[in-house]
Design a protein around this ligand. Sequence first.
Ligand code: LLP
Length: 416
Amino acid sequence: MSPFSRRDGLLHAEGVPLTQVAAAHGTPCYVYSRAALLERLAEFRQALAGRDALVCYAVKANSNLAILDQFARAGCGFDIVSGGELLRVIAAGGDPARVVFSGVGKTADEMRLALERGILCFNVESAAELERLDAVAGRLGRRAPVALRVNPDVDAKTHPYISTGLRGNKFGVAVDAALALYRRARELPHIEIAGIACHIGSQLLDPAPAAEAARKILALADRLAAEGIVLRHIDLGGGIGIRYRDETPPAIADYLAPILSLLAGRKERILFEPGRALVGNAGLLLTRIEYLKQGEEKNFAVVDAAMNDLLRPALYDAWHEILPVQVAEGDGVLYQVVGPVCESGDFLGKDRRLAVRAGDLLAVMSAGAYGMAMSSNYNSRPRAAEVLVDGERMHLARPREALDQLFASESPLPRA
Ligand code: LLP
């Protein structure tokens, strides 16, 4: 059931009318449903029941502490891509021993931090990174747990910007190179081989490419075993897609079923790194119409949220449903829903039929993943507020940035 539904024509987040959220915290404002997050997590867990499995929530999708706290309390692991994300996880009460560290550009400082905090595994993406990690761990007198992120060269059939498992991508090491790199890892004194990892892309709607990737990874794990390199875990990444418009993503259990049947009877622990699937449809962006403007060719609804708040439409031409918070009479008019930023690419939706007036609230749906997390201060716009709703209660998870915070840490050259 959607966590966002209408009562007497008024859109609610769980038990809270969105008009009440706007009155209390203003707009633009991200609104998340706690029940929705936990429901999706439960779905994941149910699909993995009876297996030695760990769900490592991909922090990059939505890194607000209130969200991380929910997953930490539920016993989740986390997939991070920076030292900043690690400190967020720890601040939210997450267990570093359940953290995997992905990314092609880990700095020595980030490696040190992660080693000191005792993370579960570094997902190493290149030979150079492996050597650096060995050196950093050596200086600390530790051994770094490592999985090689293998690029299985399968087409995830998703947007090219978020497809990561093809030969031409910057991510991971090729299957053929992986064997040699594992042999090298075995020789390095401060590296401990823990597992193998892959992640082929995001917003995947078809389980077949993920199963194909898993098949290749398992074949590689078997070759490694034949050489005496035994893996403790297999990390199959994230990527499960959600419905934004009319996509028909499989249920989590159906998406995982072909992968899990490949894994039947294996001893390794299984890790997944879902981001969007857990939080995407658990959040919306609440915005108010500032002006309705009749252009020569098109009508514009100028709202108070912009590409700096939600970049996905501008960056990927992504489609997010836009709903009036209060339903009104009439057929409506076609609008370009645009923000105040000085770029023609600053739109949240194109050609949307809406029956609205200036001052009305709109909800930009499916904005829980890669919404706030990709926001910026472009045009010196303060970042939006974030509210987590739990039943009838709303919790301010992050207040709107104050204008003077925008430049509080900047300093001009002193005058002579
Ligand atoms: N693991 C790794 C190594 C990743 O790179 C990603 C996402 C995930 C897990 C989580 O993927 P998910 O389950 O959320 O699909 N900004 C884009 C999405 C970029 C995804 C990057 N990597 C968007 O707004 O669609």
